[in-house]
Design a protein around this ligand. Structure first.
Ligand SMILES: Cc1ncc(COP(=O)(O)O)c(C=O)c1O
Ligand SMILES: *[C@@H]1O[C@H](CO)[C@@H](O)[C@H](O)[C@H]1NC(C)=O
Ligand SMILES: *[C@@H]1O[C@H](CO)[C@@H](O)[C@H](O)[C@H]1NC(C)=O
Length: 386
């Protein structure tokens, strides 16, 4: 965050304007939407970064200084067209700043036309979740201006890296390429297998990802499509249940908000790293509470870890019970709700075949008698009114 805030403060003065992607890490989103307007009168217009017309229209002549986006967005894994966006910004004299936290080695934004790259080193580059750091990579002119004694954001705000930490980090960089390849190899294989299991997977390495071809055209050969994938679990309860089983029944991974670690880390972004966005902002950019973000690790063997994933999926299925209320055409699934605050409740998913409204009410009463502490979700698609 210090890398991001320093570079924005260096490039924009009071009254300045930023055009930014609407899908950003929650902290960056809060910096741009709340903190910078209040403290510095630097304002931001958020746009869908895949809509280049919208990006163009958001640029305010004379005021917009920076176009800011994530090369691969957190947590929706949309990929930005770096060459096109850079061209468009440069035509208007605007500096392009790209957050490449999710895709080191995979993407080289400066080679693709961007001016400045910022990174959270706390993630893949550290790889050990033991360092909190960031980097600004840009032309010497900018970096030197950031260290200016009178006007430099790094010099004057002081987020300078401790020399010992810098040394430790330098020891981690030689194997970053190897690590990224293994994160990718496993994420790719798991994404394919999860899809085969019928899960809804978002992974830029899959052909069905909207920017798969774009990423392929920009990516450095041999490093694949990154180590992050998302699974849409249809409900927040099921998302939490999946993470719970993956951590507690089979040790596939750990529930934690970070990424780029050697163990697999999982989180529901909607309620964690993107919680700074309000409900409307989240809905707009497709961050649903049902989404489980996974940063795939590389400990153990791929098959060993996959068997742990399968075990968690099957124990999730075992903990659901089918029920049927005869004579009412009501069938469904009872799933224990494992979200922390409502442990005693059960989720009932009911499918009703050709029943009328009276029967629905009766069914509701019956279900409440059978399972009083329950939440009932009806699929009423085939309901007939009379
Ligand atoms: C894309 C992205 N950028 C920036 C950050 C902020 O990094 P740090 O926690 O190292 O300040 C994060 C953290 O999650 C992130 O995911
Ligand atoms: C903030 O910037 C805008 C745009 O330049 C300007 O019109 C406005 O007066 C500024 N507000 C303050 C409080 O300085
Ligand atoms: C799940 O596992 C974690 C980590 O081992 C532990 O802290 C937590 O208490 C466990 N939760 C449950 C409900 O068993």
């Amino acid at each position: 965050m210090a890398a991001i805030s320093s570079v924005l403060l260096q490039l924009c003065s009071s009254g300045g304007h930023v055009v930014a992607s609407a899908t950003l890490y929650g902290g960056t989103h809060a910096l741009l939407s709340h903190f910078l307007p209040r403290t510095c009168n630097i304002t931001t217009t958020f746009v869908d970064i895949t809509d280049h017309e919208a990006v163009k229209n958001a640029i305010v002549h004379g005021r917009t200084k920076v176009l800011f986006f994530e090369s691969m967005s957190n947590p929706t894994l949309n990929v930005a067209d770096i060459p096109e966006l850079s061209k468009l910004a440069h035509e208007k004299g605007i500096t392009v700043v790209v957050d490449n936290t999710f895709s080191p080695m995979v993407l080289s934004p400066v080679g693709l036309g961007a001016d400045v790259v910022v990174r959270s080193i706390s993630k893949f580059i550290s790889g050990g979740a033991d360092v909190i750091a960031g980097a600004v990579c840009g032309p010497a002119r900018l970096v030197n201006s950031m260290m200016n004694l009178h006007q430099g954001a790094l010099m004057l705000l002081g987020p300078t890296m401790n020399a010992k930490v810098a040394f430790e980090l330098s020891e981690k960089i030689p194997d970053l390429g190897l690590r990224m390849k293994e994160h990718y190899r496993r994420a790719m294989e798991y994404a394919i297998r999860m899809k085969e299991l019928g899960l809804r997977v978002v992974y830029p390495g899959l052909e069905d990802h909207p920017q798969h071809q774009l990423l392929k055209s920009m990516a450095n050969k041999g490093y694949g499509f990154g180590g992050l994938l998302c699974v849409d679990m249809e409900s927040e309860e099921r998302a939490n249940m999946l993470m719970h089983h993956l951590q507690n029944s089979s040790q596939f991974g750990l529930i934690a908000v970070s990424l780029g670690y050697y163990e697999t880390l999982m989180s529901c972004s909607g309620s964690s790293t993107s919680s700074e966005l309000n409900a409307k902002e989240k809905a707009l950019v497709g961050i649903s509470p049902r989404l489980v973000r996974m940063s795939i690790g590389y400990t153990g063997t791929l098959e060993q870890k996959w068997s742990q994933f399968e075990k968690a999926i099957s124990s999730m299925r075992d903990s659901s019970t089918l029920f049927e209320i005869e004579g009412f055409g009501i069938r469904g699934l009872i799933e224990p709700l494992e979200s922390t605050d409502i442990t005693l409740k059960h989720l009932l998913k009911c499918h009703m075949n050709k029943v009328d409204v009276k029967d629905t009410l009766l069914a509701h009463i019956l279900l409440k008698i059978f399972i009083p502490q329950s939440i009932v979700i009806y699929n009423l698609s085939s309901l007939t009114k009379n």
